[in-house]
Ligand binder design. Structure first.
Ligand code: DI6
Ligand code: FE
Length: 400
């Protein structure tokens, strides 16, 4: 089959096979109809036709496009003023308890029109893309009422039409209890009905919750997860970020794609995740911004065979960051991941955390989401502090 695109002379990192992070010189990748049809030595490559675009990589590194598998990208407003308070000594939990925190962003997001929300979120998306991202997961959770949760999810879908990027949506109605409401009543009377409506409208790819003393109990999250299961939607969980709530065990029990944060996960939680194949999504941006001191138990997760992913957690409260390569650097420096682990964490393991088998690696049949980098060593992507040497981003076979 004649390719639409042939990338020649690339230093290829496939994220597949026994040595997934090896960089192999002088490789060719062929693309047709937005999908990879060949990756390997030039002599085995399909022949170019009259309309084949030939792109000499000139020895540059070629990796899968990066996948940010945990973001809260769509929101309105800024929390810089709260940041200033925290730097002057107030804690995140104190600010949340006094009506600030997530509720601050909820008020701004409710007040914003859909177009305003797009206008504020699009520049953040553009910065992500400029750092090599080709797939972004976006959570709701700054609406906490039916209308605003739907608005956020519609905006997330629209962002995927405005830019050449794959957007995956996650319903996070169980983010916090809105002011004046009672947690159980909110879950049963607002969150779960909103989930059903959003799912019916095709706006939901997965379901998340925040299991924490300042958010929801495992029992409340379980009710949301049971609804997700009935709707045929996969689940994931913000688990053990600030304390241990046995959220990892709960997530595993529901066959969750991922459990995220995990600073306070227990040995039992790790064992449950390993048995269920639940990916650990590490979010060093929030750890850094909250000046946390307890790290996720990376050595134990590794020893148990839990797959590690890394994401930006881009959100206005605890991780106002849009650079996934910066998260890679932080995961190495702060959590002790190797440069191979950080790269796998934003490619094939991030794909697993999203339940996707068609992205995150370079192999025939997969989507041609690729990044060409002005370097030859894959460690360069983690080594630089949020300043990745991106040469070109390719989404479904087209440079953009
Ligand atoms: N965990 C977090 O770190 C963010 N959400 C969550 O569930 C914080 C979101 C915010 O402060 O706005
Ligand atoms: Fe988050």
């Amino acid at each position: 089959m004649t390719p639409d695109l042939l990338i020649t002379d690339a230093r290829l990192v496939r994220l597949r096979g026994p040595d997934p992070c090896a960089a192999i010189a002088a490789q060719t990748v062929a693309v047709r109809g937005g999908k990879i049809t060949f990756a390997g030595d030039a002599d085995g490559a399909p022949a170019a036709g009259a309309h084949t675009q030939i792109w000499p990589a000139e020895g540059r590194l070629l990796t899968p496009g990066l996948i940010d598998c945990h973001t809260h990208l769509v929101y309105a407003g800024s929390r810089a003023a709260e940041f200033a308070k925290r730097m002057a000594g107030a804690s995140y939990a104190e600010i949340a308890a006094s009506g600030g925190g997530i509720m601050n962003t909820v008020a701004a997001t409710r007040a914003a029109s859909e177009d305003e929300l797009i206008a504020q979120s699009l520049p953040r998306l553009d910065r992500m893309l400029a750092h090599g991202v080709t797939t972004v997961e976006i959570k709701s959770g700054y609406g906490l009422d039916l209308e605003t949760e739907l608005k956020i999810l519609r905006c997330a879908r629209r962002l995927g039409e405005l830019r050449r990027v794959r957007i995956i949506t996650t319903f996070l109605g169980a983010h916090t209890t809105p002011k004046g409401a009672e947690a159980d009543a909110y879950i049963d009377d607002v969150c779960i009905p909103a989930l059903r409506t959003a799912a019916m409208q095709g706006l939901v790819d997965a379901v998340d919750g925040f299991c924490e003393t300042i958010a929801f109990t495992p029992g409340q999250i379980a009710r949301v997860f049971a609804t997700a299961q009935a709707l045929g939607l996969p689940v994931k969980l913000h688990a053990e970020q600030l304390s241990n709530q046995a959220g990892a065990e709960l997530a595993a029990q529901f066959g969750a794609l991922s459990a995220d944060h995990l600073e306070h996960v227990s040995a039992d939680g790790i064992a449950a995740m390993a048995a269920a194949g639940t990916v650990a999504v590490l979010l060093p941006g929030a750890f850094y911004a909250l000046r946390e001191t307890i790290k996720p138990p990376v050595a134990q997760l590794r020893a148990a065979g839990v797959s590690l992913a890394v994401a930006s957690d881009s959100n206005p409260g605890t991780s106002p960051m849009t650079s996934l390569p910066l998260a890679m650097n932080m995961a190495a420096i702060l959590f002790g991941l190797t440069t191979e682990e950080t790269l796998q964490g934003v490619t094939r393991n991030a794909a697993r955390a999203l339940g996707r088998h068609d992205i995150g690696a370079i192999a025939p049949g997969l989507s041609a989401d690729l990044c060409l980098w002005d370097c030859t060593d894959p460690a360069e992507l983690t080594y630089r502090i949020g300043d990745p040497p991106l040469h070109a981003r390719i989404f479904e076979g087209q440079a953009c």
